[in-house]
Design a protein around this ligand. Structure first.
Ligand code: MG
Length: 383
């Protein structure tokens, strides 16, 4: 039986890779629903190419100027709320959540409530409401969260068949981004376009800036905490400029298992779709002789404070990780408008975290309120 897939964020980099993976596995998967934020033309073309019957535009006004005849035979969903409708469609087996930002949380929750497999690329879902997502997955017979983020897919594969309580620590690798080796002084003058030159991964602008500040790694540390049930002291980040080793798991007997592959998101996307099976893929293994050496170095935490702030938010727990995420989203948006300097992103996160109300064991309502408060606060902080 063909597994039916819904791709949220289909016109972005992960969405495109996902469409290409499914196209190569047509005998196993079919796409039945696609969403985009505002790229209506691209969404329509993708829906026609893969035969999806449902499309969703999160920004309803993006439909202006589209000839209604082009929508023939497609069921159209409009607005942010409709993303959750798509995730909950009865026919859908797997929801690939490749949305950018906090907007991804509601459809993640909805997918799990409906007992779907959630192939999760939207880190913000776990960062904002990790315990809630895990609770939903645990209480359903069919709902499951399979990570798509390359580091977490790596770790998931490394730890899933190991005896309980033997995992001591995980190591997440970071390419170091475009500004690896820059000191604080030099970082003050880097521009938005400089930050888009990622050395190894080709990704959308938000995550590329997050990779440059290492906030992306910060979000990933929080994700790893929830996915693998480890304390923050047992999650380490190492800079690994070649981006070949994606994650390492350290066990109680001194064994370290590592996961390697070329930096291509089609690998973790395919695994999240096919798990527990492993099917023939279209990405070749690394050519180690050509790569020559794999190197590792510690993170320069002083020049890249967003990572340390993520650990602080994570250890504070409650709504702090949602506040971290919201402040970062707003700061990155302001940086992309050239309203603030690169180094101001970390300041804004720090100030917003310091001013936020501490709430233990928050309800979803309180998380969403904290998110809204943090966005507003971070947006009003001076440049
Ligand atoms: Mg990653």
């Amino acid at each position: 039986m063909l597994k039916k897939v819904c791709i949220l964020g289909a016109t972005g980099s992960i969405g495109e890779s996902c469409l290409s993976v499914i196209d190569s596995l047509r005998d196993r998967f079919t796409v039945c629903a696609l969403s985009a934020c505002k790229k209506a033309e691209k969404l329509l073309a993708a829906a026609r190419a893969c035969g999806a019957g449902h499309i969703c535009l999160a920004q309803a006004d993006a439909l202006e100027g589209i000839d209604p005849g082009r929508l023939d035979g497609l069921e159209l969903h409009l607005g942010r709320e409709a993303l959750s409708e798509l995730a909950a469609l009865a026919e859908v087996d797997i929801v690939v959540n490749a949305l950018v930002g906090g907007v991804g949380l509601a459809p993640s929750l909805r997918a799990l409530e409906e007992g779907k497999r959630l192939a999760l690329a939207n880190k913000e879902s776990l960062v904002m409401a990790g315990p809630r997502l895990l609770g939903l997955a645990a209480s359903s017979r069919t709902a499951q969260i399979i990570p798509v983020d390359s580091e977490h897919s790596a770790l998931f594969q490394l730890v899933k068949d190991q005896p309980e309580k033997t995992l001591e620590k995980v190591i997440i690798t970071a390419s170091g981004g475009p500004f690896r080796g820059y000191g604080r002084k030099r970082l003050e003058t880097v521009s938005f376009s400089d930050s888009l030159n990622h050395p190894t991964w080709s990704m959308g602008p938000k995550i590329t800036v997050d990779s440059a500040t290492l906030a992306n790694k910060g979000l990933e540390v929080i994700e790893a905490h929830f996915l693998f049930g480890l304390g923050y002291e047992n999650i380490e980040v190492l800079v690994h400029p070649q981006s070949i080793v994606h994650g390492m798991a350290v066990f109680n007997d001194g064994t370290v298992l590592g996961h390697m592959g070329v930096p291509d998101m089609r690998i973790p996307i395919q695994y999240a779709l096919t798990y527990p099976e492993r099917l023939v893929g279209s990405v070749p293994a690394p050519d180690f002789a050509a790569i020559g050496s794999l190197t590792f170095e510690p993170v320069d935490r002083e020049s890249f404070p967003c990572l340390g702030l993520a650990y602080e938010a994570g250890m504070q727990a409650g709504v702090a990780t949602a506040v971290y995420n919201a402040a970062n989203e707003v700061a990155v948006e302001r940086f992309s408008r050239e309203e603030i300097r690169f180094t101001r992103i970390a300041d804004i996160i720090e100030k917003t975290l310091a001013a936020a109300e501490k709430i233990d064991d928050p309800s979803l309502e309180q998380i969403l309120q904290a998110d809204k408060w943090a966005r507003d606060f971070a947006g009003r902080l001076g440049a």
